[in-house]
Unconditional design. Structure first.
Length: 407
């Protein structure tokens, strides 16, 4: 304990050198902390949001764009597909269930998605207040939407055309909030859900009040007497054979395209993995530089402290105690650097999430602590131990008579 206090006092005696070494190490560890937090939560979030969806069908274009827009709602849709063709697909013997989605409108940046009640059941969503939609222009809000926009059951609002928040409003008919979902930490938290008829009617010219008061379709496809379209379809396979036959059939024999969420997201993680590795390499380079800085600081300090070390020997300190004394300085430096680095990493992620409330990382939390962060502390301590070995060995070999004679 005395050696620990002594090591701490030597570090405090040179606050500038100590602070710079701690800060340099902390920056490298902060980068690694942020990467670990984002990668772990982002992958879990993406997997959770795609659970239960075997295939996504939409207009031809980029398969990844189709997945991002229809499953995660973080990209623009590839276009619309004909309702008649979509209904014919629902009758395919390989399809167990199919959920239509109609998109294209928003309210203050939060997307309005037209669908049916099967979409809520897909994510096992629960209503916290109110009830699900029953009439056109009734909507249910995700928990985050209701919280951020300070909306409650019974309120009304006017939707805007387009995915972005800066677009013209549909002032023909307001949406009425009938329910608010319980927070479930999935994609529904950031959506405004309504019937697919609401999306259609909001783009129709004129006012047909009989349609506005009719019941909406709660499951399957609504009857489409007119030339209607949907944005995309979420499919569940009836049997394993569907995974082989259905995508090939849709892509080759229809005007639509089929994309597998699991395949496209795996491909996305592979593409992102290259950038993550580059950033990790930069972080490890910073840590190595920090380790060298600690080594140089300890080594240089020995030149000024050789007399002190010799005096400690004459007072009864052993060579091994001097060795431990220097090693403890390196470990204290890196331990503090690890704690500060982890704190900076969590703080940076919190700021990042606050500035991207509607983006891909909006559902991430800076309050999550992972087991890997303990490994970061262990890694930092190892760096401090290795960096202090040579200075500590030099202290171990201190010649008492020679140093006292020089002084």
């Amino acid at each position: 304990m005395n050696m620990l206090k002594l090591s701490w006092k030597y570090l405090v005696a040179k606050p500038l050198n100590t602070g710079l070494n701690i800060l340099l190490l902390a920056l490298g560890l902060a980068i690694i902390t942020v990467l670990i937090l984002i990668q772990d939560q982002f992958e879990n979030k993406m997997t959770k949001d795609a659970e239960g969806i075997d295939l996504v069908v939409g207009a031809k274009g980029s398969p990844l764009q189709l997945i991002l827009s229809s499953v995660y709602h973080i990209d623009y849709p590839t276009g619309n597909i004909d309702m008649e063709e979509a209904q014919s697909l629902s009758r395919n013997r390989l399809v167990k269930n199919i959920i239509p989605l109609g998109m294209g409108d928003n309210y203050q940046g939060y997307r309005i998605v037209g669908t049916n009640h099967d979409y809520l059941e897909l994510y096992k969503a629960e209503i916290e207040n109110g009830e699900v939609w029953r009439k056109p222009f009734d909507v249910v809000l995700g928990a985050v939407v209701a919280e951020k926009l300070n909306l409650k059951v019974g309120d009304s609002f006017i939707g805007s055309h387009g995915i972005g928040s800066s677009s013209h409003e549909h002032d023909e008919h307001p949406y009425k909030i009938t329910g608010i979902l319980t927070k479930s930490s999935n994609v529904l938290d950031n959506l405004i859900l309504t019937s697919i008829e609401s999306v259609w009617y909001s783009h129709d010219e004129g006012h047909d009040h009989e349609k506005f008061e009719a019941d909406v379709t709660t499951s399957g496809f609504p009857p489409a007497d007119e030339d209607r379209e949907v944005t995309s379809l979420l499919l569940q396979y009836r049997n394993p054979m569907a995974a082989v036959q259905l995508p090939r059939f849709i892509n080759s024999r229809t005007s639509m395209q089929a994309a597998s969420p699991s395949f496209e997201i795996s491909r996305l993680f592979e593409l992102l993995g290259v950038g993550v590795k580059l950033i990790q390499g930069l972080a490890f380079a910073i840590i190595v530089i920090a380790g060298l800085g600690i080594f140089i600081a300890l080594f240089n300090s020995l030149k000024e402290r050789k007399y002190d070390l010799a005096v400690m020997r004459t007072l009864g300190a052993s060579s091994f105690q001097l060795f431990v004394h220097i090693v403890l300085e390196g470990i204290i430096l890196t331990f503090l650097g690890a704690l500060i680095g982890i704190a900076i990493g969590h703080l940076f992620l919190a700021v990042l999430v606050m500035q991207n409330e509607q983006g891909a990382i909006s559902g991430l939390s800076a309050a999550v602590f992972l087991r890997e962060e303990l490994y970061i502390i262990g890694y930092a301590i190892a760096v401090g131990f290795i960096a202090s070995l040579i200075p500590a060995w030099t202290a171990y070999q201190t010649d008492i008579a020679k140093q006292l004679t020089k002084s």
